[in-house]
Design a protein around this ligand. Sequence first.
Ligand code: ZN
Length: 286
Amino acid sequence: MYYGAIEAGGTKFRAAVYRNGEKIKEMTIATRDPETTLEPVACFLGSYPLKAVGLGAFGPIILDENDPDYGLITETPKEKWRQFNIYRYCAERLRVPVYLDTDVGVAALGEYFAAGGTAQNIVYVTVGTGIGIGVIVDGKIFRGAHHPELGHLQVIRRDNDRHPSVCPYHDNCLEGLASGRSLTDRYQMTPEELASVDDVWELEGYYLGQALFAYTLAFAPDKIVVGGGVADQENLLPKTRKYFDLVNNGYYRYRRMSDLESYIVLPLRGKDAGLYGAYRLAGGGE
Ligand code: ZN
């Protein structure tokens, strides 16, 4: 039985075919306009006799199944994707059931299944070009009436940080101050150069620590998984734990967060958390 998985990100699209829990083939393509990006993805997946496809898409996207615009991408800065219905395109083009959630929602789901029952509540944070958060509550992707957008959580600026936010909507949100885009804008360096600058990771840890503390207060998760390109830096998690601890100041305690080394962690599935989650969302098993 073959299943398709699509991780539709703002920078790149990845697609894969899974069988019996194993990824057997995959492709990656830079995100351009919808047709140029999706047509090769559909050709690739369409060459397999798929049972279903899981789709994790960047948003904001309409996930209310009773809404006639289910699957429509709404207010993205990527103009060509605005008002594009990615779900409808995939369902019509692939002619198999398509299961949809956000890119970070499916990544959180992937980590939930990867944890093999050891964590029922997970916050998944991706720190890449932008910042997105997926939440698993009691083993299910948390949506509310729409879906969380906790990358835009307001944070307290570090003393003397007057650098403009890169978020066009908010002057003091996490994505605006701590996304990969903000880091390159602040320091005018490549990601490789940024790796060895200590202040980058102090700053990044300062903002992420605040945000992860807020997510902890809101969801009381078993663990917080930090993925995305920026999370590859080995200094990021230690600094984030340090500031998380400072902000908490001994107030909030429960067993799962007593050891921050096992509470704030990298993804078990690494860069494949999203693809694997999309596969599981489609109904694929181990
Ligand atoms: Zn914002």
